[in-house]
Design a protein around this ligand. Structure first.
Ligand code: HEM
Length: 398
């Protein structure tokens, strides 16, 4: 008898929808767009969002249901980002006016999210038509942000590719299903790419083809989206952002980053990857930027009996191999990601510094991650390598 099948326990009394996970779309908000794309005040204005933002204070009272609130968060997050960064690092707004701050705070409070543009907005709630890669499009967009668009679309595709992997951890009975669960992830005798997301594809490709566009260097708009030091640990805004009419003191929040994607946190938790102290602190902080139900999914996985120890103590060679194939695929994803981040963030930042920013749109002049300045981006790379190396350390000796 397969030792992994010795003890059968009932599956945990939880379904994916309890965690706001769609069987079809995973953490992506299912079919977010119901009407025409929202128009953002001032985003298309040559004078920029600050001048365009003349609307009276909005009320969130009319918004009902999770989807409405998520879309409102998406739109308000974009307007806020435009408002703060329209003049780039040189002149970020330090105060968010009440007519924007109050509704953003109210929507955020109801969702349990921070009032800033998040991965949950930019990627999870910002898509339409996933039928083919060529049709996939964001709902809300930025002027001049074609490069950023490529980054966002690729991340959406990774979220979608991860869906089969999300079904496994909570769907399987505690011990009996481990063998089947890991096989579902890894497939017999092969790598677990069908269910673990593929390594992020190089997103430098053309619209209308099967892959999204990401222009080569320097790519300031991309940094705008990928670097989470918006009004936290950012020398351009040392005190943070004052949300007028909400708080008396400025608040420090990190902006959207794929480090806020629940996918990788869930896989790490399931496989028992233990990150090194500093990386772990950053990754844990990023969980505060996830929708609360998604965060609860990671916590529910952590509350399961530890898979790695169960596999280790099973003495089952096939199980060891299946587990190792999953860990290897996760590490390979991260190795590929390091290459992508090096090309589009680290090298791009250095090139931007030496040439000066092209700044074709106000938003493209947004700040770079502070740690990158004067260091060639090595802290970012050290972080990504540490996360990858910790993944490898989970491998079992067979
Ligand atoms: C051009 C594409 C990309 C670039 C330039 C990029 C850049 C970065 C950078 C600089 C970080 C360090 C943390 C931060 O500053 O936010 C990071 C972290 C991370 N990124 Fe990306 N990224 C890209 C695509 C993706 C994609 C498609 C995914 C898929 C979900 C992804 C997932 C992650 C994750 C999960 C982390 C946290 C570290 C980890 O768990 O391995 N990234 N990325």
């Amino acid at each position: 008898m397969d030792p992994a099948d010795e003890t059968e326990q009932p599956p945990p009394p939880c379904a994916l929808d309890k965690f706001h996970i769609s069987p079809e779309y995973g953490f992506l908000l299912p079919d977010p767009q119901v009407g025409p794309p929202p128009s953002l005040p001032g985003m298309g204005s040559p004078r920029g969002p600050r001048q365009g933002l003349t609307a009276p204070q909005l009320s969130a009272a009319q918004l009902h249901g999770h989807r409405d609130l998520r879309l409102a968060h998406l739109v308000l997050g974009f307007i806020t980002a435009g408002y703060v960064w329209q003049d780039g690092e040189e002149g970020p707004a330090k105060v968010l006016p009440q007519n924007l701050a109050v509704p953003f705070w109210e929507v955020s409070r109801r969702l349990g999210l921070p009032p800033i543009l998040l991965h949950a907005d930019l990627v999870l709630a910002n898509w339409r038509d996933l039928s083919t890669c060529a049709n996939l499009d964001p709902i809300v967009w930025l002027p001049g942000g074609e490069s950023l668009r490529g980054f966002v679309l690729v991340t959406m595709l990774v979220e979608k590719a991860a869906v089969p992997g999300l079904q496994v951890p909570l769907g399987m009975p505690r011990v009996r299903g481990i063998g089947r669960g890991l096989s579902a992830w890894s497939g017999p005798g092969r790598c677990c790419t069908p269910a673990l997301p593929q390594a992020p594809p190089e997103p430098a490709c053309a619209r209308g083809t099967e892959q999204p566009v990401l222009d080569p260097l320097p790519c300031a708009a991309l940094q705008w989206a990928t670097l989470p030091s918006w009004w936290r640990d950012n020398p351009a805004m040392p005190a943070g952002l004052l949300y007028e009419g909400v708080w008396e003191l400025p608040q420090a929040y990190s902006g959207g980053s794929a480090a806020q994607s629940t996918v990788l946190h869930a896989f790490d938790a399931f496989l028992g990857v233990r990150h090194h102290e500093e990386s772990s602190a950053f990754l844990h902080r990023m969980r505060d930027y996830m929708p609360p139900r998604h965060r609860a999914f990671v916590e529910a996985i952590q509350a399961l009996p530890p898979l790695r120890e169960l596999v280790l103590s099973s003495g089952n060679e096939a199980l060891h191999c299946a587990y190792n194939r999953c860990v290897t695929a996760l590490a390979a994803f991260r190795t590929r990601h390091i290459a992508v981040a090096t090309k589009y963030v680290v090298t791009a930042t250095a090139a931007k510094r030496s040439r000066g920013s092209p700044g074709t749109s106000p938003l493209q002049a947004a700040p770079s991650r502070p740690e990158q300045r004067g260091t060639g981006g090595s802290p970012v790379l050290r972080f990504l390598k540490s996360v990858r190396d910790a993944t490898r350390e989970a491998l079992l000796n067979v």
